[in-house]
Design a protein around this ligand. Sequence first.
Ligand SMILES: [Mg+2]
Length: 376
Amino acid sequence: MKLRTISRVVQGRNRYSSTQFYIYRVSAQLHSIPKRHSFGIAFDIDGVILRGRTPIGDSPKALRRLYDDSGCLKIPYLFLTNGGGIPESRRASELSQLLGVNIDPIQVLQGHSPFKNLLKRFENELIVATGKGEPAVVMSEYGFKKAISLEEYASHFNNIDPLSPYKTWTTKQPCNEQKNSSESVQSFDVTSERVKAAFVVSDPVDWSRDIQVLCDILRSGGLPGEKCEHQPPMYFAADDLEYQAVFPCERLGMGAFRIALESIFNRIHHKPLEYTSFGKPNPEVFKNAESILKQLLNEDHKDIINNSHHFETLYMIGDNPSVDVKGARQAGHPWFSILTRTGVFRGKENHTDYPADRVIDTVEEAVEYILQREAI
Ligand SMILES: [Mg+2]
């Protein structure tokens, strides 16, 4: 085990000013939303709006119907996805480009978005984050001051992954410290400090390394090679077994990785893995989405939730019965589930285990159905 001190840039000085700009822009964009809108919409992304980076059918046209002629949002909606790996602000920019409408970061709820709520507990603690994209950047943007990617963490322990010499490919991502031009620098030594929590932010890229290193961290109490009974908390952004990507058949998701890690951990450790999974179908995610949709209605104070407003209907449009429909059903009133046939679900009839309130072929038809139902 080699000792090394890491200097990391953890925060951007410009965050405050960009937040101010963001609040101003949201206020301007949403100014025309009627105060007493009785409904809102949550769209799943993968398998409904996009397949990979390609819009499904004419999903951009469906979204354009939710804006007025001047490009201002007239129907409160957001994206509720179990995907992630990049900050919400960047995802919103990407979606705006791909779909040709002006999407604000507040309208993007990703699987890892609830991790923000753990900031108080782990703000100044050493945490590891893994998954495709930029997991440590995501956590740093939420305010976690000592977030490190599992890839970088593993690089400080010689031979921790005995298969690494055979891995000729690289998963190297742009580093937070390389991209930030600023600011406060914090030093910490990962080889002597215990990891206080592990986060799976998005789908892991190198399963063998991640399972190995996570097992090392979790069964040693946060410091590989040490002995300790206490397992650090383990959080998953989602628990999807499968999801629809570009390949014609479903792909294994974060839930599959969780099963693999849990199965192995429980065979090599005397106590079963303790973990928390966020993302759909967790009802808390739907409660949070409802709060954000209420927030979208509040023209003057974006950060204050308009609790006096009650939606009569909140539509969840998704392609995965066990995630989107199950979640909306568990959340109960005012959620109304619409299942499309553009992704995981392709059945003729309704799903047997998790029947949706409505099954509709595409997202364009789903939006048409909603606007007619709401007499818009
Ligand atoms: Mg989906």
